[in-house]
Write a protein that binds this ligand. Structure first.
Ligand code: FPP
Length: 261
């Protein structure tokens, strides 16, 4: 698979010039990101992995601010997967501390921006204090609908689908639903029930996998892979991803209108 690189003519352009190339009518509404490469970013500098995660947080803030400027209302980030629980205990603990710091620092920003914080995943697996904070901020921002930051925590796409299936089985026993279940009904059981599917999924660091992220929701999502490591994914990289996205023709399984049979 081709991994997008910015070594072509675009690398000569300034951020301003790249921005001029954006078509405001073709902006994605919902972008999902697999933020990968924090560890490699740190190793390349002889730093501990946590330094990469810390810089990764700074990249999240920059992307969030830029999305605000660009009027992209929905951002979904993969902050901690099920599989991440298999990391060394010390790294997990530092990641949880970073998450806690991030939420405390951004709490007011969510209010100022009228942005909903929507945590998804098996949140009960998080440490108690983090879990409580996550629920508090989710509750106090739940009434904001125009902008949403969805954060996948202890998340896995397969378990999300499985949880939905089990809930449907329970509901069918009590007569709340009956077969056949439609796609629309099924989606109501997913943690992303209130969100439209992502238009664009970005994965950084050169890996070209989905890694159990939003398996149901990305059926027709455009995929963008870049070799840039997550801590280096800043405004310019956002623009390159958006420009690439705007070149795509989204057919959702249909043919183009001009195509001959
Ligand atoms: C992947 O880098 C990154 C993650 C584990 C998730 C993203 C985490 C952050 C951006 C830091 C903030 C953390 C939270 C929980 C808000 P990696 O460690 O897999 O990098 P590598 O593949 O180079 O080792």
């Amino acid at each position: 698979m081709d991994i997008t690189s910015s070594t072509d003519i675009q690398s000569e352009l300034t951020e301003q010039e790249l921005r001029l190339g954006l078509d405001p009518d073709l902006m994605p509404h919902h972008v999902a990101i697999i933020m990968d490469g924090n560890g490699r970013w740190a190793s390349a500098r002889g730093l501990p992995r946590i330094a990469g995660h810390r810089e990764g947080l700074s990249a999240i803030r920059e992307v969030l601010n830029f999305f605000d400027e660009l009027n992209i209302p929905l951002l979904t980030i993969y902050a901690f997967s099920h599989e991440n629980w298999n990391r060394p205990r010390a790294e997990i603990s530092l990641l949880m501390t970073l998450l806690d710091q991030f939420l405390k620092k951004e709490r007011q920003t969510f209010q100022d921006r009228k942005m909903r914080f929507l945590p998804i995943g098996r949140l009960h697996a998080l440490p108690d204090a983090v879990q409580a904070l996550v629920h508090e901020i989710a509750n106090e921002t739940a009434h904001f609908t125009d902008r949403v930051l969805t954060v996948a925590l202890s998340y896995g796409g397969r378990s999300e689908i499985l949880d939905a299936v089990n809930d449907i089985v329970d509901d069918s026993r009590s007569g709340k639903v009956s077969s056949p279940i439609t796609e629309e009904q099924f989606e109501q059981y997913l943690t992303t029930a209130e969100l439209p599917d992502p238009d664009l999924l970005i994965r950084t660091s050169g890996e070209t996998r989905i890694s159990n992220f939003l398996l149901w929701q990305i059926a027709y999502t455009e995929l963008y892979f870049t070799k840039v490591l997550w801590p280096d994914f800043r405004r310019r990289e956002v623009l390159l991803a958006l420009l690439d996205y705007q070149k795509r023709e989204r057919r959702f399984g249909r043919v183009t209108q001009t195509a001959s049979p």
